[in-house]
Design a protein around this ligand. Structure first.
Ligand code: NZQ
Ligand code: ZN
Length: 394
């Protein structure tokens, strides 16, 4: 490992089926006005809303409701939340939901007191917040993004055809996050497996880069093995607490900054997926699923790939999928590893073709235009490469 780094994570986690009870103590740390941000209503159906409100009332809080945070939250919704938070002088934003709601809460927390246009400041110029930032607490109901323990906040601007992730500093991480695996039992199967692939993709984005021997790569392999094992159980029995709790914990570690430490990372799959999401509004994890294999096959076949590329994919085959190395070249191993990944993706029921997400030959140029091209992975794509990968994803 050659990188120099600082590691700290400011989010306090409460994990387990009794974790909501800790909300009482956490609320005592904040003033009287709590903005309750949530999505399209799933928390009202499964009882989480009532349980949270009961605690808010017991702690004497004034609740400012902010419902209707959509999957892939929009910039218009961000402006609405920022206005509401400022008008009500909110002391804490409590996000109850999946990555969309938590990402959104972070965006609102840094935008409410911002004197500039937050889209311009954070999602175009990628500046840090310089205004008062409202603290965020998270109650996670859907697993995948890692938003519960990171500074990520992804906002979609449909009028510009862009979906952009801003990674805020420590100051915007949730101050606390409550993770009850039982809350994820009601997530629809489509969203559940999309979240599983989001986790896999986060790990791969950080694992498939660099050529040094690196402790975090061994951690990544362990996380992937656990995810594959538990996902197979969860798709057959979504109410299996052991599998769902392991996946919840894996998701958090997959993107809470730890496995990026000391090494290079890629993130081009997310750039492709987010650009596709901006145009189609498709579910995040599914956009990643459809572009991953074409992108990875592009890498292992690219004459310009950086040192260590094929060897890393071969290691992935051996250490994550138990592919036997006997008599095989690194290239054959790499191909077999990707085949094993593909088989698992089909097995858990992911969407494998972008045409099913609304990608057409006509909207490929707009998706290509919205794809940021990064140079930290094994290859740096050109716009032509992006178009080719998008076509192959269909
Ligand atoms: O709107 P509600 O009613 O809450 O329904 C949601 C939504 O329809 C539903 N759901 C969530 N928990 C449920 C449930 N339904 C029943 N029971 C429950 N317990 O699931 C649907 C999807 O929710 P959403 O929050 O959109 O999913 P996810 O957690 O995958 O978040 C996706 C967003 O996070 C961003 C994505 O780009 C996307 O905008 N990401 C955030 C990242 C970060 N902060 O670091 C990184 C990721 O790569 C990702 O980009
Ligand atoms: Zn993701």
């Amino acid at each position: 490992m050659f990188g120099n780094f600082t590691y700290s994570n400011p989010t306090k986690l409460y994990f387990g089926d009794e974790s909501l009870s800790y909300l009482h103590d956490e609320l005592k740390n904040y003033g009287p006005t709590v903005m309750l941000a949530y999505g399209g209503g799933s928390i009202k159906k499964n009882g989480i809303y009532d349980a949270v409100c009961e605690i808010l009332h017991a702690e004497g809080k004034r609740i400012v409701e902010l419902p209707g945070v959509m999957p892939n939250p929009t910039v218009e919704k961000l402006y609405e939340g920022a206005r509401l938070a400022r008008e009500n002088n909110v002391d804490l934003i409590l996000a109850v939901g999946g990555g969309s709601t938590i990402d959104y809460a972070k965006g609102v927390s840094c935008s409410a007191w911002c004197e500039e246009d937050p889209w311009q400041k954070y999602y175009t110029r990628f500046e840090e917040a310089t205004c008062k930032v409202i603290p965020v607490g998270a109650i996670l109901t859907m697993v995948g993004t890692g938003s519960e323990m990171n500074g990520g906040s992804v906002i979609t601007n449909h009028s510009l055809g862009l979906k952009v992730g801003k990674v805020f500093g420590d100051y915007a991480f949730p101050k606390f996050a409550i993770l009850n695996p039982k809350y994820t039992f009601t997530v629809p199967q489509y969203q559940m497996v999309a979240g599983f692939f989001d986790i896999m993709s986060h790990i791969l984005e950080q694992y498939l880069s660099g050529s040094d021997d690196n402790t975090t790569d061994y951690l990544a392999e362990g996380l992937m093995r656990s995810l594959v094992h538990s996902s197979r159980i969860a798709v057959k029995n979504p109410q299996n607490y052991e599998a769902r709790s392991n996946i919840m914990w894996t998701a958090t570690w997959a993107l809470n900054t730890l496995i990026a430490k000391g090494k290079s990372t890629d993130w081009e799959v997310h750039m492709l997926g987010q650009a596709m999401g901006a145009i189609t509004d498709a579910t995040h994890g599914m956009t990643l699923a459809v572009v991953s294999l074409p992108y990875y096959r592009h890498i292992i076949n690219s004459p310009n790939a950086k040192e260590g590329a094929v060897a890393k994919f071969a290691r992935f085959a051996a250490n994550v999928w138990n592919v036997d190395r006997t008599g095989k070249s690194e290239k054959q191993m790499a191909e077999e590893g990707l085949k094993a990944l593909e088989n698992w993706m089909c097995e858990i029921g992911l969407v494998m073709h972008s045409a099913e997400l609304g990608v057409t030959e006509e909207n490929i140029p707009a998706i290509a235009d919205g794809t940021f091209l990064l140079d930290s992975g094994y290859v740096t794509l050109t716009r032509d490469d992006v178009v080719k990968i998008l076509r192959e994803s269909m």
